[in-house]
Design a protein around this ligand. Structure first.
Ligand SMILES: [Zn+2]
Ligand SMILES: [Zn+2]
Length: 220
């Protein structure tokens, strides 16, 4: 796979626009502060001419086409970070991630994603855009893992994972003893979810029950 240096600069700017976009619509000023190489305006003009970027006065955003493109870059970058931190011990994370994001072929990206267990966030806790492999893995797992909200009352199941990035919620669940491996007995679903866990009985609202994934019990 060949890759020109100029392409890297385009990738880099798209990546910055995506990252800034995670916090709201970026302005020219913010791009200037965040884009290290010289000549960002020329690159920006190029991307705009190619229909990857849309400008609206001081505001800049990625077009749908640009989003699709940046999605792949961000995915490779954040997966590479995970790879370096989780498998290689963390040395030189940024540098490796910035190189990987330009050169990883889609099949290799998905292979790394699979190797790492389809992680949802990078080491900075930013979301990793999903790949085809993640969706496939989820479909396969779906038969084995279900949200607590889909469990039938009267059944007991083991917690498989907690599906939230919200730290307050995560903590709340943990203090209730709801962690992977814990056994939950579902008493009722209405008007609230009532569960037995260990010696205690707890009430949960539906939105919380949807965040708890459990292993589907036999014959449910
Ligand atoms: Zn990161
Ligand atoms: Zn995946």
């Amino acid at each position: 796979m060949t890759h020109r240096k100029e392409d890297n600069r385009r990738d880099e700017l798209m990546e910055i626009l995506w990252r800034l976009g995670e916090q709201g619509e970026p302005t020219i000023e913010q791009v200037k502060e965040n884009y290290p190489p010289e000549g960002y305006l020329a690159v920006l003009d190029e991307l705009t001419a190619d229909g990857l970027v849309e400008r609206n006065g001081e505001n800049i955003s990625l077009s749908d086409k640009g989003m699709e493109f940046a999605y792949g870059i961000i995915r490779r970058h954040r997966l590479a970070e995970r790879l370096v931190v989780d498998v290689l011990g963390g040395e030189g994370m940024e540098k490796a991630a910035c190189e990987f994001e330009h050169v990883l072929a889609p099949e290799i990206t998905d292979a790394i994603c699979t190797l790492l267990g389809h992680p949802k966030t990078c080491p900075h806790d930013k979301p990793i855009p999903e790949g085809k492999c993640c969706a496939e893995a989820r479909d396969k797992l779906e038969s084995a893992v279900i949200p607590l909200s889909k469990l039938k009352p009267g059944k007991t199941a083991k917690v498989a994972s907690i599906n939230t990035r919200d730290e307050t919620r995560m903590l709340k669940l943990m203090t209730m003893g709801i962690t992977p491996g814990a056994k939950i007995h579902l008493r009722q679903k209405r008007p609230a979810f009532v569960i037995d866990i260990g010696e205690s009985q707890l009430a949960l609202d539906r939105s919380l029950a949807e965040k708890i994934n459990v292993w589907r019990p036999e014959k449910s």
